[in-house]
Design a binder for this molecule. Sequence first.
Ligand code: ASP
Ligand code: MG
Length: 313
Amino acid sequence: MRVYKFGGSSVQDVERIKNVVSILDSVDEPIVVVVSAMGKTTNAIEQVIELAFAQKEDSAKEAWKTICQNHIDLSKDLDCEDHCHAHLEKYHSQGQSILDTYSRKDRDELYDQLISLGELMSSTILTGSMILADLKAVRVDAREMIKTDAQFRSANINWGATEDAVKEVINTVGDGVQYVVTQGFIGREPKGRTTTLGREGSDYTAAIISYCMDGESMSVWKDVPGVLTADPRLFPNATLLPRLSYRVAIEMTYYGAQVIHPKTIQPIQRKEIPLFVKSFLDPNSKGTEISKVGAALYPPMIVVTKDQYLLEF
Ligand code: ASP
Ligand code: MG
């Protein structure tokens, strides 16, 4: 079994979603698909939360409605509205009722309840598009698998419970299912409330599932060709690193390289699962392989971290 993670920009519009479906269609083996919220949905939901806590309830609800309507429109454009409609309506009204209770709730708790709906909606639409293309896909709720403590917005994994739950859920999806689609970023604490793993946490979800399932490999599909020697937006002559060791990758993310979430490497390193960083715009190119071996020699790499002060004592 392999784990594929698709980030927000890979599913931001009709063309991109169809592209993801065709990448998935080209594989013949069982895949767990972990998907982020579409495009900038998470940022948009953060704004809804800001509005709610600024006592601008009507504007918050209006903004929430727009986000949901965009998802419904997208499902129509993809012709998978039949599959998606009931789910998307349910998430819309769940969001409305969460917003009704904002004044009685802890802010971080409310944040997780609402922000998680982004991933729940994107996974609905992706699964709908896959089924429409005749892929044998089912969607499972990541909260049934990812068990955490109650530290909202940066929850910690309960590894024992998560390992049991991941295996139980994925191994019982039924015969004939090739693709298990689930949400990145979200989990559940012991009392049943939704939690999240921190911004950009979907990579981490994919690593957790890879670890628990002893995955053959994990692939993170991005809009860059792989891990580069520097951020190509700042350094246009950055070049691709074809191989990296886990150790070097941890070091790069530690210093702020944004290519993968810093918590991602450790679980897969423990089980020596190779991690591929690949471009969804050029799926046949090799990308970067992060594994135990790495490269014999590395070119200079640059990580730029903005707005930082270094205090030396
Ligand atoms: N949707 C979440 C975020 O934008 C998680 C992720 O994309 O990995 O932070
Ligand atoms: Mg993202």
